[in-house]
Design a protein around this ligand. Structure first.
Ligand SMILES: [Zn+2]
Length: 180
């Protein structure tokens, strides 16, 4: 077990009432052993077992919370790396396939949140302008950013902000790369 899992274990043990662990009934002389059952990325599945005679204390636990059967810690590390612009090579504990699969899940969630947030922002401008029309006129600020610096990127992202609220109303990905 590496240091990271050790830290997670200490965090876990802090959350468990001490009377759940047999240590007290042995007056601090329990033979507790920690086993590593399996590892999924940054998540360790561990078992704490007591080898004292006449004691059947055993407790299996995971160092990560679960989210839809996924280990939350792996989802979080991929999300964090994406936020700082790093790819799967920075996530040394995850395979390329695992990284991509987690990215796809994050994409689904991020798309849903972005759509809802932009719809709410548009509604906010509409309310501010007291508009009863289908189309509301408002001041906008349009800016874009390239995927890479150095004027060689084929991908660009354009965003439109409402002047009145400073919130993003729309985002469009522009690409000069054609798959077909
Ligand atoms: Zn025990």
């Amino acid at each position: 077990m590496n240091h990271r899992a050790g830290l997670d274990f200490v965090a876990w043990i802090d959350d468990v009432p001490y009377d759940e662990i047999c240590l007290i009934s042995h007056q601090g002389k329990a033979n507790l052993y920690l086993f590593e059952d399996s590892v999924f990325g940054l998540c360790f599945n561990l078992t704490l077992k007591c080898n004292s005679s006449n004691c059947d204390f055993v407790k299996a636990f995971s160092t990560s919370k679960k989210f839809n059967k996924l280990n939350e810690i792996n989802l979080r590390i991929v999300y964090g790396l994406r936020l700082i612009g790093r790819g799967f090579s920075a996530a040394v504990k995850l395979s390329k396939m695992a990284y991509r699969s987690l990215e796809e899940r994050i994409l689904l969630a991020a798309t849903e949140v972005a759509k809802k947030t932009m719809a709410t922002a548009a509604q906010e401008v509409k309310s501010l302008k007291n508009s009863k029309e289908n189309v509301t006129r408002c001041g906008e600020s349009v800016d874009s950013t390239w995927q890479r610096s150095g004027y060689s990127s084929l991908n660009n992202c354009v965003s439109v902000l409402a002047i009145d609220t400073g919130k993003i109303l729309d985002v469009e990905i522009m690409s000069q790369y054609c798959r077909t």
